[in-house]
Design a binder for this molecule. Structure first.
Ligand code: 1GP
Length: 251
């Protein structure tokens, strides 16, 4: 999956990831989202959530794997979310925070399981940004997000992450954020690091998704809005195809 991301980045092609939280969707909903994602050419499924109460992540992954060929990456809320039936896992180091547990602690506990799992492990600099309301991630991780209007802090954090050898940067507004990460923050991060950039949180319409892709994000992630309105998959996917087609024409 990482190699695929790098190849696309070299060509300037954008990707669209759908985030599924097993706690928030039933099998029927999962199936209908997977079918529409397959038809529309969604690039990745991300699976995870800050909490897992009634959800069964392993089952959600196997439903997706049985019905589609779209790669599935675990986007873990904790080290309890490791399932070898996925393709890859984003090993998140919460570099916007100063809680050692989420920088390295949980990783140490997870390391032997990850090694045995056969999952592709993609080390990810995870950066939480204040996008208008306290998020579950900041509560659970007990960390302070980067202020919305401080793109320079985001850029310096991403540079440090790249220098530490992380493979991806993930700018996170938090699930259900009131607004998405600003285009300005995306631009500053892109200007300062060469790593693939994923942006998610609070993206509710295709226009915002395109704005973030145009600002330089390689992958945009949408969760909540698709759970509420699966029709959004087609709209975002169509705009992504349009952007990628014009990029390929100009190349
Ligand atoms: C992925 O947490 C986000 O980075 C998903 O956010 O649910 O607001 O789309 P939404």
């Amino acid at each position: 999956m990482y190699q695929d991301l790098i190849e696309k980045k070299k060509k300037g092609l954008k990707s669209f990831a759908v985030l599924l939280d097993p706690d928030k969707i039933d099998d029927q909903k999962c199936l209908s989202i997977v079918r529409s994602a397959e038809e529309e050419g969604v690039d990745y499924f991300f699976i995870g959530g800050s909490l897992m109460t009634s959800g069964d992540m392993e089952r959600t992954i196997s439903i997706i794997k049985n019905q589609s060929s779209i790669p599935v990456a675990i986007f873990p809320g904790s080290n309890l979310q490791i399932y070898p039936n996925a393709d890859a896992i984003l090993l998140l180091s919460l570099i916007s925070g100063r809680n050692p547990e989420y920088l390295i602690g949980q990783h140490v506990v997870a390391a032997p399981l990850l090694k045995r799992s056969g999952l592709e492990v993609i080390s990810t600099g995870y950066m939480l940004v204040d996008c208008g309301k306290p998020t579950t991630v900041s509560y659970i991780s007990n960390t302070t997000p980067i202020p919305y209007d401080k793109p320079e802090i985001a850029a310096c954090t991403a540079i440090a992450g790249e220098m530490l050898g992380l493979k991806l940067i993930y700018l996170e507004g938090g699930s259900g954020a009131l607004r998405s990460i600003s285009g300005e923050m995306v631009e500053q991060v892109v200007q300062n690091v060469n790593l693939p950039l994923i942006v998610g949180g609070g993206i509710r319409d295709a226009e915002t998704a395109v704005k973030i892709m145009k600002a330089g994000a390689d992958v945009i992630v949408v969760g909540n809005a698709i759970e509420k309105n699966p029709g959004l998959i087609g709209k975002i996917a169509a705009m992504k195809r349009e952007l990628n087609a014009s990029q390929e024409k100009n190349h």
